[in-house]
Design a protein around this ligand. Structure first.
Ligand SMILES: C[S@@+](CC[C@H](N)C(=O)[O-])C[C@H]1O[C@@H](n2cnc3c(N)ncnc32)[C@H](O)[C@@H]1O
Length: 290
């Protein structure tokens, strides 16, 4: 495909029309948030957000492979003293359009700075909403395992009788657990909360996310040589994460300066790739708390 490993200038809805059906393994993106940051790259009004997004989502659906995943990083803003409902409405419209709302992850921001608001506290998390085309999708859980952690020393050394057999849920939810299964293991599966610092190193884009965010999802939902699409690429973070992990990328942005910024970062990453490869083991679990 001629667009592979490129950052393309344009509106993603238009650019994607040239991309074949079922060609992308993972879509990972953070679109412009409703009405925010108007001065930098044009906001979309909260009331119009869903209508603005859905034609783009239709193209995402078409280009995503049947077993691929779409991760949407988004957060509802406060309008007139309450949280606007555009994210909730978006999820409902996505379901009407055929998407499955499979899961939701939380990005818990490690280093957001303190503040005082009259009627709420500092906003310290964002949503990462997982959409799929099918119930069976590709997922490589072993790629994101985390060290078992200190809790295991106390908990697993003192197993009660209940711990030694499967403990069925008391409320009849059907979710049981068998704690003893985890004795002697160094790594466990993570949970759905990612505890990561906000981006500090990249000051050339006002809304860049930390590279560990796309990296974690790229490892979870793709294999080497798979194609990762970020239709709102900004400073190129998703593409950088993709090449660091040996995946292909496709990035799109309406702003020339962000296309150039992405290409500069990608060039720099390619030059440093051998060093990145040497540090790969350490990189694997850094900054992700289970
Ligand atoms: C929240 S930022 C993405 C930041 C990115 N995750 C990063 O780490 O730098 C959203 C980006 O979408 C771009 N954008 C806005 N409307 C677009 C459209 N219709 N098609 C493609 N890109 C668009 C903006 O220029 C902006 O760079």
């Amino acid at each position: 495909m001629k667009f592979v490993n490129q950052i393309i200038l344009g509106d993603c809805e238009q650019v994607l029309k040239s991309i074949p059906n079922d060609s992308v393994d993972l879509i990972f993106t953070s679109p412009p948030y409703a009405d925010q940051r108007k001065t930098t790259y044009g906001g979309v009004k909260p009331d119009e957000y869903v209508d603005w997004f859905m034609p783009k989502a239709q193209e995402f659906y078409r280009v995503l492979k049947p077993k691929g995943t779409f991760i949407l990083n988004i957060k509802e803003r406060v309008v007139n003293g309450e949280r606007h409902t555009y994210v909730i409405e978006l999820i409902l419209r996505m379901r009407e359009a055929g998407w499955l709302w499979t899961e939701e992850f939380i990005w818990h921001k490690k280093n957001s700075y303190p503040g005082k608001w009259p009627n709420r506290f500092r906003d310290n998390w964002e949503r990462l909403i997982q959409f799929n085309k099918n119930r069976k999708f590709k997922m490589y859980q072993e790629a994101v395992m985390v060290p078992v952690g200190d809790w295991a020393k106390d908990r697993l050394n003192n197993l009660s009788d209940t711990d030694k057999k499967r403990d069925e849920s008391k409320v009849g939810s059907g979710f049981g657990k068998n704690i003893s299964n985890w004795v002697g293991r160094n790594e466990v599966y993570p949970n759905n909360v990612l505890y990561l610092a906000t981006e500090c190193s990249n000051r050339n884009h006002s809304a860049a996310f930390p590279i560990d965010l796309p990296s974690w999802f790229i490892k979870l939902f793709t294999q080497p040589n798979d194609l990762v699409l970020d239709p709102f690429i900004g400073s190129g973070t998703t593409a950088v994460a993709a090449i660091q992990l040996g995946r292909k990328y496709l990035g799109i942005d309406t702003e020339q300066e962000y296309v150039e910024l992405s290409n500069e970062r990608l060039l720099d990453t390619q030059i440093r790739l051998p060093i990145i490869a040497e540090n790969q083991e350490e990189y694997k679990t850094d900054n992700i708390e289970g």
